[in-house]
Write a protein that binds this ligand. Structure first.
Ligand SMILES: [Zn+2]
Ligand SMILES: [Zn+2]
Length: 432
């Protein structure tokens, strides 16, 4: 069941051929094709026979006009709503009549052209990244392009630029072909920090002197559509000192940088909140500033199962709780399922539901311990060898959530620490 859910829909592939006679030299030729609903990415490959004697330029048009033009500079291009080959617009892929646009710039005799079009349907896929880092727009020595290069080198697929109390980074970064960049800001008050994601300028002024000021800024951010997490709430230096119970955070950064006592306190606090019936989603982020042996990009990495790899798609998936945190981009991965429900979902059950089983899929674990937590606390603790695992546990319907932690030896820190932490799958008795 789980493998089916993870399966990505098949690509749509089209092959178009065109024989361009010499008389058509200098003309523009459009090869039409249909784009169905819910396409995430279109790639176009152009193959031109006898390129020494023929020059054919390439472009693409959509239902609402030209999408871009690369002339004779490229043979392969792609468009998505979150990134595209330079020269092509980054915008929503609308279904309808599209066309590969060719310019028969130079043709000798007959030029045979083949165009291969591939369309990738939207389907939820795990994307890995880091939700917390700084640039020289605040107190890091790294420029935005250095941050971007470093993140790519670490194997990340998305990042959030959470500079302190400033928005300039959100207007300054260059969109990337192979890295999603989420606009963000870390509200940095003298008594606690909080990340605002997804909006270039979520609030007008960071200066908070009272709890009411903080509440006002958070309300403003929510109003503007930002997703807001409380950061390192139990940090030794900058814990959330505004009275955490006075706020209603939907997201909490339980894993900030290398695993430390402060993270354990946040983890325990989160478990308490969940046990009290709160639907709070846990996030992680490295809080990388400058060169640091211990704090690394993607340490930890937050995996998010998003339908669209755009900032909006990633944030929508976070809201749904389709999130787990892993020690690094290469760290273990986790998936939970109860019947057709998965991480973040609420399983509605009634007397006729019968026995329910929690399925846990683990990949790439270096070995250690699995801990299954429920609203009843630590429910299962088992040793696990390294490798991949598919485990099944009986669900006790008196619990209102299940979540999983994998613990193992942290080779860098040389202590036993979480290697991956899932978000919960929730349970709710359905009304008949
Ligand atoms: Zn902070
Ligand atoms: Zn920070």
């Amino acid at each position: 069941m789980m493998n089916e859910k993870l399966k990505v829909n098949d690509k749509v592939s089209l092959g178009l051929t065109e024989h361009i006679p010499e008389e058509k030299q200098g003309e523009y030729i459009t090869l039409p094709f249909d784009v169905p609903e819910s396409i995430e990415e279109i790639t176009v490959h152009l193959m031109v026979e006898n390129e020494d004697e023929n020059t054919i330029d390439l472009g693409l048009e959509g239902p609402n006009g030209m999408k871009g033009w690369s002339g004779g500079a490229r043979r392969s291009i792609f468009v998505r709503e979150d990134r595209a080959t330079p020269g092509y617009l980054i915008e929503e892929i609308t279904p309808g009549n599209w066309g590969v646009v060719l310019n028969a710039y130079e043709v000798t005799g007959i030029c045979n052209v083949e165009v291969k079009i591939e369309m990738q349907p939207k389907a939820p896929q795990w994307i890995k990244g880091d939700l917390h880092m700084h640039s020289n727009h605040s107190d890091s020595p790294y420029s935005l392009s250095e941050v971007i290069d470093n993140a790519k080198e670490a194997g990340l697929e998305y990042i959030a630029l959470t500079d302190h109390n400033t928005f300039s980074q959100n207007y300054a970064f260059e969109p990337q072909e192979d890295l999603v960049i989420i606009p963000a800001v870390e509200l940095t008050t003298n008594r606690g920090h909080s990340n605002f994601y997804g909006v270039n300028k979520p609030f007008s002024d960071f200066r908070c002197q009272t709890v009411d000021d903080v509440k006002r800024v958070i309300a403003e951010g929510e109003e503007n559509g930002a997703l807001i997490s409380v950061n390192h709430p139990h940090c030794d230096h900058c814990w959330w000192d505004w009275g955490i119970e006075a706020f209603d955070f939907d997201f909490v950064e339980i894993w900030n940088g290398p695993w430390r006592e402060r993270n354990l306190r946040a983890l325990n606090w989160w478990q308490e909140q969940l046990t009290q019936g709160k639907r709070m989603i846990a996030l992680g982020g490295s809080d990388k500033h400058g060169p640091d042996e211990w704090i690394r990009y993607g340490g930890p990495t937050t995996f998010i199962k998003a339908s669209t790899h755009s900032p909006e798609g990633i944030l929508d998936a976070i809201k749904l709780g389709k999130v787990f945190i892993s020690s690094s981009p290469e760290g273990p991965t986790l998936d939970l399922a109860i019947n057709d429900y998965e991480m973040g979902d609420t399983v509605a059950f009634n007397e006729n539901s019968g026995e329910l089983k929690l399925e846990v899929s683990i990949k790439n674990f270096q070995g250690g311990t699995i801990k299954v937590y429920s609203s009843n606390g630590l429910t299962v603790e088992d040793k696990l060898n390294d490798g991949d695992h598919h485990l099944t546990y009986q669900v006790d319907l008196s619990n209102h959530f299940y979540r999983v932690e994998l613990w193992g030896e942290d080779k860098q820190l040389q202590h036993f620490a979480p290697q991956a932490i899932s978000n919960p799958i929730f349970l709710k008795k359905a009304r008949d």
